[in-house]
Ligand binder design. Structure first.
Ligand SMILES: *[C@@H]1O[C@H](CO)[C@@H](O)[C@H](O)[C@H]1NC(C)=O
Ligand SMILES: *[C@@H]1O[C@H](CO)[C@@H](O)[C@H](O)[C@H]1NC(C)=O
Ligand SMILES: *[C@@H]1O[C@H](CO)[C@@H](O)[C@H](O)[C@H]1NC(C)=O
Ligand SMILES: *[C@@H]1O[C@H](CO)[C@@H](O)[C@H](O)[C@H]1NC(C)=O
Length: 436
């Protein structure tokens, strides 16, 4: 008996040692978030439980990210058009998992969940115990939280959710997210972000999910609409936040999500944020031109113009990986890029149509916004295969099957930049920063 117990505890110790050794190589995973700063992990980071179980090849991961983007763009286009599109991805093995995740604690006592950051969404939701169809093994147990309450149908906040359904006493809502549908009940609880406590935070407790787009543990909507984190924490964060997204080339690095006006950069360039009343959650900016090298390329003005009625224009999004431009804009940029990369044959890879199998010297690309030029270095423009044999321009035309009018400045093009969302002053700031 003694022997069994002893050997059991020895192997438990061995296991513990192994676990702490494995994590010790990457101590950042364990570092608690401080102040109003949350560490941001790439979903493929060693700190992320959602990384692929076996390493993907470069081609596989690029093609997977592109496929997810396709679903994402379709989703954003449907938001803009204010109608739901039949998801092309449904029935196929395309998932729209999050790219960047942060930690948050829900309830009393606190339960830690990982949430996908989504600047184009207002809602926050987590899968709750009893959820039918949620893929997550980590669920929020509302019944174990002494501070959790469900919201009734008479509550004004029930009017702010999309498609409220009040068949019972509890405020429920159904939403389409990517290729998924989610049915949730509106609940209220305290949450803790880094060391900030927020009381009475309203979020969706997912009861049922179909499809494969639902982020594994939850979603943190950083959009500008009525139920978003920003709207609910006016006093604390004053609708101001910034992030620095780490590159997926340096997965051991974590970036940061800094909430509130304190500690935001002062040396930063700004462009005005535009508001689309029909799509209040999206962060529109005015992209006026694009420069490739020193040449401003010829883009029909309608391809870039902001139009609140049609939803056309340019948004900054944290959830799309590769920038998508509407076809006439993309073609102009791509053609000039190809002209600059002389003497190399153009190949393609999945949705990328400007790839090279020899080393190239690439021009910079500058997004020219009202009042702000952002010149992207090669790291934000090119993806290279691990073997070094393939290089692609990491942008694409918006998919033509969704009749898209939206340009999306995606997260690869934002990596290693501080992007500041200053809603009270209606401006977006961008500055180079190495996210470590
Ligand atoms: C990243 O961290 C892992 C362990 O978590 C380690 O094995 C690997 O060498 C690190 N990579 C780099 C580039 O530092
Ligand atoms: C929402 O979804 C649930 C579960 O799928 C369904 O029972 C309910 O009728 C839906 N409500 C609305 C308003 O669509
Ligand atoms: C959390 O919830 C409890 C119970 O509702 C409440 O008394 C407390 O003030 C809340 N807020 C914080 C920040 O803990
Ligand atoms: C952006 O670059 C163009 C030249 O390509 C220049 O004319 C313009 O003044 C710059 N804008 C800002 C805000 O620096």
């Amino acid at each position: 008996m003694d022997v069994t117990v002893r050997s059991f505890s020895l192997s438990a110790i061995a296991l513990l040692l192994f676990v702490s050794f494995a994590q010790g190589q990457n101590p950042r995973c364990e570092t608690p978030d401080q102040g109003s700063n949350l560490q941001v992990f790439h979903v493929y980071s060693p700190c992320s439980p959602f990384r692929p179980s076996k390493p993907l090849s470069w081609e596989e991961s690029v093609l997977q990210m592109l496929a997810k983007d396709q679903a994402r763009i379709q989703y954003l286009s449907s938001l803009v058009a204010r109608k739901s599109v039949v998801p092309i991805a449904s029935g196929r093995q395309i998932t729209q998992s999050p790219t960047y995740i942060v930690r948050a604690k829900f309830g009393t006592p606190a339960q830690t969940l990982l949430l996908a950051m989504d600047t184009s969404n207002d809602a926050a939701w987590v899968p709750c115990t009893g959820c039918v169809g949620c893929s997550s093994t980590v669920l929020f147990s509302a019944d174990k939280s002494t501070s959790f309450k469900t919201l009734g149908c008479q509550e004004p906040r029930c009017k702010q959710v999309p498609n409220p359904s009040c068949s019972g006493p509890v405020c429920g809502f159904n939403i389409t997210y990517g290729s998924s549908t989610v049915a949730a009940n509106l609940g209220v609880d305290n949450i803790t972000l880094a060391t900030d406590s927020v009381s009475g935070y309203t979020f969706g407790c997912i009861q049922k999910a179909t499809g494969s787009s639902v982020p594994p543990q939850g979603l943190l909507g950083l959009g500008r609409g009525p139920l978003s984190l920003l709207s609910q924490t006016q006093n604390l964060y004053q609708s101001t936040f910034s992030y620095c997204l780490p590159s997926f080339k340096t997965l051991n690095f974590s970036g940061s999500l800094r909430l509130g006006p304190v500690g935001q950069p002062t040396r930063i360039k700004y462009t005005p944020l535009l508001k689309n009343p029909r799509r209040s959650s999206l962060y529109y900016v005015n992209l006026v031109a694009i420069r490739v090298g020193r040449k401003i390329v010829d883009i029909p003005p309608a391809a870039l113009a902001f139009n609140p009625t049609t939803g056309a224009g340019t948004v900054i999004d944290s959830g799309t990986v590769f920038t998508r431009l509407v076809a006439p804009a993309y073609i102009a940029v791509r053609d000039e890029f190809r002209r600059r990369v002389r003497n190399a044959a153009v190949t393609s890879l999945g949705g990328f149509d400007t790839c090279y199998s020899v080393p190239i010297v690439a021009p910079t690309i500058t997004f020219m916004f009202t009042g702000m030029n952002v010149t992207l270095p090669p790291d934000n423009l090119l993806i290279h295969s691990t073997s070094g044999s393939t290089t692609c321009l990491a942008m694409a035309a918006a998919p033509d099957n969704v009749n898209s009018v939206l340009n999306v400045i995606a997260n690869m093009q934002q990596q290693n930049h501080r992007v500041l969302f200053d809603v009270p002053n209606s401006r977006l700031g961008v500055a180079r920063e190495l996210c470590t």
